[in-house]
Design a binder for this molecule. Structure first.
Ligand code: CAA
Length: 419
């Protein structure tokens, strides 16, 4: 029996109301701004107030995807939230989102965790749910929502960020068809990035984590080739665009270099000038144009890969039929590589998913306010803490976290009003 094709039918992004300029962070840390802007490839970084959490960002992104793509909440039969930044050791973010969106009681709802890979795990599970015939005409809602926190004065500080990407997966996708049989997987126990239950901040062995990411790429790519029976359908010259997990945009460049090396079966050194030029040309066409959103939002862990896909879908004006690749990496580590085909309707829907208006409304933080926000994130969700107040951050409309009372998280406002 051949697998039923499914794919991404709707998408939306929601981030934070504030951001920091990387040049300001570099100046405060006594670092050459080019290290962050060119070396890491980041221009700005989204910063969450204590009133913006994984639940509020996920709910607003999901509400936006349903509304902009005219999908009735009653059509959703599975809801999965992929996150590294859960708000409870037991209760899933997804069940708050389920309630706030008014989804049906018979909607299967859960949270997935595997560092930055959680949403890809959710997406492939949703494809399997459809392929197994369990959807009965319903759609799946997958939300990637995270706040990346390494803390002040750490090597990871310039690679923070926050935001959520919501995706509706259906049997008749309007944006991207995905073939579940084209996906390859990779898992290996490594200590490259982790966050113990007692810590708000991630621990990372930064340079080692880059090596782990690249090895996971080769592993998942090889598995995808085995699943496809040959590497021919996955060939780089057949791909219109390649999307990678993007903790910082330079990482996508390193990943593309490894992609070329893995396909060619050859390590490419600086002195291999012809091959270096070929990789550069392919990177400039297939990867670099679609990293703009990542460069102004920062690392959003589970959603980073899908933010690059959104950038392509909002700008590329594809004719339909273009094959693209997706690679998700979650530290620890787990990874998946697969391909999809852009639909002929996608170009006509570009405006609906474009987050430009939302991003233009963000407000710039100065360094004092930024440092205050990072410190506040350590205590904001303690029981009976001084309650976070949206008015303190001039957040006058929208859905916000307003503190924990009697050990129960409290939310105020509505997703529909959030700018
Ligand atoms: N002008 C231009 N470029 C400069 C420069 C300057 N003045 N100074 C430095 N650079 C370049 C460096 O050459 C380097 O580029 P290459 O990697 O291409 O050589 C780049 O800027 C970064 O410099 P360093 O490697 O010296 O930076 P660092 O040691 O301070 O740390 C980091 C970089 C390891 C990424 C660190 O920010 C970190 O630990 N981040 C968190 C971990 C992470 O993001 N890992 C990614 C893989 S794991 C993953 O993807 C999962 C996840 O989301 C966490």
């Amino acid at each position: 029996m051949s697998a039923r094709v499914s794919g991404i039918d709707a998408m939306a992004f929601h981030g934070t109301q504030y951001y920091l300029e990387m040049a300001d962070l570099a100046a405060a840390r006594g670092v050459d701004p080019d290290k962050y802007i060119l070396g890491l490839g980041q221009r700005q970084m989204a910063v969450a107030t204590p009133c913006e959490d994984t639940v509020t960002m996920a709910t607003v992104a999901a509400h936006r995807a349903l509304e902009r793509f005219d999908i009735d909440p009653g059509e959703i039969g599975t809801l999965i939230v992929g996150t590294e930044t859960g708000v409870d050791h037991s209760k899933p973010v997804a069940v708050y989102v389920h309630d706030m969106l008014g989804l049906a009681p018979n909607c299967r709802t859960f949270e997935t965790k595997h560092a930055c890979y959680g949403a890809m795990a959710g997406l492939t599970s949703a494809m399997d749910w459809i392929s197994a015939g369990r959807a009965r005409g319903r759609k799946a809602l997958i939300v990637a929502s995270d706040i990346a926190r390494y803390g002040l004065n750490t090597a990871g500080e310039p690679t923070q960020g926050a935001g959520a990407v919501a995706m509706v997966v259906s049997e008749k996708p309007r944006l991207l068809e995905l073939d579940p049989t084209s996906f390859g997987d990779y898992t290996r126990q490594v200590m490259d990035f982790w966050r113990p239950l007692y810590s708000k901040y991630a621990f990372a062995d930064g340079h080692y984590s880059i090596d782990c990411y690249l090895d996971a790429f080769s592993g998942a790519w090889r598995d995808a080739c085995e699943n496809a029976g040959s590497w021919d359908p996955l060939r780089l010259d057949r791909l219109a665009a390649c999307f990678y997990h993007v903790p910082f945009t330079k990482m996508a460049r390193k990943a593309h270099h490894r992609h070329c090396e893995t396909e060619w079966g050859k390590k490419v050194e600086r002195e291999d000038t012809e091959q270096v030029a070929a990789i550069r040309e392919s990177y400039d066409q297939q990867v670099a144009p679609w990293l703009e959103l990542n460069s102004v939002v920062g690392n959003i862990y589970t959603g980073s890969l899908f933010l690059a896909l959104m950038d392509y879908l909002r700008k590329a004006q594809p004719a339909g039929g273009e094959r693209v690749s997706v690679f998700s990496y979650g530290s620890g580590c787990g990874a998946a590589f697969g391909t999809g085909v852009v639909t002929p309707e996608a170009a006509g829907l570009a405006e609906r998913l474009d987050p430009a208006t939302h991003l233009e409304q963000r407000r710039k933080l100065d360094m004092d306010r930024y440092e205050e926000l990072i410190r506040l994130s350590e205590t904001a969700d303690h029981n009976e803490a001084p309650y976070p107040d949206p008015a303190d951050w001039q957040l006058d409309r929208g859905l916000y976290f307003v503190g924990t009372r009697d050990h129960v998280r409290q939310y105020a406002g509505s997703a529909a009003d959030t700018p």
